[in-house]
Design a protein around this ligand. Structure first.
Ligand code: TTP
Ligand code: MG
Length: 388
């Protein structure tokens, strides 16, 4: 029988930019863009909320970002520092549950005993602020979909719960894009049929949804009703790690912009591999063209790797050989063919043992940082979670 759990989605606000504002207090309250070459050829990785007011967004060419917000302060990223901070944030998550799925460098789902979700969320929000000085938003619900939506509603710097009973009031008024799998193109098509909100989809006849989404229509309808039975995917179940970006506008620039984006994506994949204790053998590049045609191309090496440089070079090579005709609307980089690094090996017989081992990994890092008292309370918390 499936356990009843509360699900949290924790996502740091304007992550790289917030770390820059933390490390350089003179940037606090200012529009900050973290990104590539300020001369205008790079890409914005992210920007502070002060810059978002001007319309600046992740994955936007720097040139456009600076047109929108000329007064922005541009900072070149420091991935090593962001990785270090992400590790500290995960240490905090690990105090509350061993059941966690790392989604990206600054985002994770946590599962906790039913009824504890909101309290844990508030604690995490407070601890991340008090101990690390960073803003984080946390969504709480009974499934991943609604936890993610709750987090988007919470942003920035807040906690929000969104339960099934709140779906008509809080979820249904949102645009269809709030549903996973509905991108800008599908949203356009739906709009032309008069379907704009999640509620419109929830009330849409199944035959109409089937015409638009084919085999995926039942899933889309379930999502629109707030239903989602996807389970968390802990590190030991990971089959692949991928990062992808859909561009705000279709991209023609194969010389500078696309390689810059691929470099960013490769760095994200590399970071997640290393922090999960994994090495990969295969890199897959995904490209989507403006007509929505999507291709994937892979390359496998005889040796395992997890460095940003190797991932970038493989992905760029795949791009150069398979780029097809511009423009592109999406690019993605995926690593697979994993083997675990020895020191973090989670390959143990039973689920229970695996959880214990995962907890040990978290405990080790906690002990290094905070001493043994924290570790004892972490163990107690796990026992508490086991009693459910
Ligand atoms: P996000 O969590 O998507 O964005 P964010 O934390 O900057 O802002 P939000 O408050 O909306 O959560 O991504 C986390 C980090 O990943 C982000 O700080 C920078 C990096 N990133 C890129 O490098 N390129 C991208 O296209 C995106 C979306 C993120
Ligand atoms: Mg974030």
């Amino acid at each position: 029988m499936k356990k009843e759990l509360d699900i949290l989605l924790c996502d740091l606000d304007a992550f790289y930019a917030s770390v820059e504002q933390l490390d350089h207090p003179e940037l606090k309250g200012k529009p900050v863009i973290v990104g590539g070459d300020p001369a205008g050829r790079g890409v914005a990785s992210t920007c502070s909320y002060e810059a978002r007011k001007f319309g600046v967004r992740s994955a936007m060419p720097m040139k456009k970002a600076l047109e929108l917000c000329p007064q922005a302060i541009v900072v070149r990223g420091n991935m090593a520092r962001y990785g270090e901070v992400a590790g500290q944030v995960r240490e905090i998550f690990g105090r509350y549950t061993p059941d966690l799925e790392i989604v990206s460098i600054d985002e994770a789902y946590l599962a906790v005993k039913q009824g504890l979700g909101l309290t844990v969320a508030e604690n995490i929000h407070r601890k991340v602020r008090e101990e690390l000085g960073l803003p984080i938003s946390v969504g709480v619900s009974s499934n991943k979909l609604l936890a993610k939506v709750a987090c988007e509603l919470a942003k920035p710097d807040a906690v929000k719960a969104l339960w099934m009973k709140d779906v008509p009031e809080l979820f249904w008024p949102l645009p269809v894009r709030a549903i996973p799998g509905i991108g800008p193109k599908a949203a356009e098509k739906l709009k032309s049929l008069g379907l704009k909100t999640v509620k419109d989809l929830a009330h849409c006849p199944p035959a109409t949804l089937r015409r638009i989404f084919g085999n995926n229509s039942a899933n889309i309808h379930r999502f629109a009703c707030g239903l989602d039975d996807r389970e968390l995917e802990p590190v030991h179940d990971l089959k692949s790690i991928s990062e992808e970006t859909t561009f705000p506008e279709d991209i023609h620039d194969r010389q500078d912009y696309l390689p810059a984006v691929i470099r960013e994506l490769a760095a994200g994949v590399g970071y997640r591999l290393r922090s999960s204790g994994l090495k990969a053998r295969t890199i897959t590049l995904k490209l989507r063209y403006s007509d929505f045609k999507t291709i994937t191309r892979s390359k496998t090496l005889p040796d395992l790797f997890n460095s940003d440089k190797v991932i970038y070079e493989l992905a760029l090579d795949l791009f150069n050989k398979n780029s097809g005709r511009a423009p592109w609307r999406l690019v993605g980089v995926k690593a697979s063919g994993f083997e675990e690094e020895e020191q973090l090996s989670l390959l143990i017989a039973t689920d229970e043992e695996r959880k214990e081992k995962q907890l040990l990994v978290v405990k080790d890092s906690l002990q290094q940082k905070y001493g043994s008292a924290v570790v004892v309370s972490g163990k107690q918390l796990k026992d508490f979670n086991k009693q459910k």
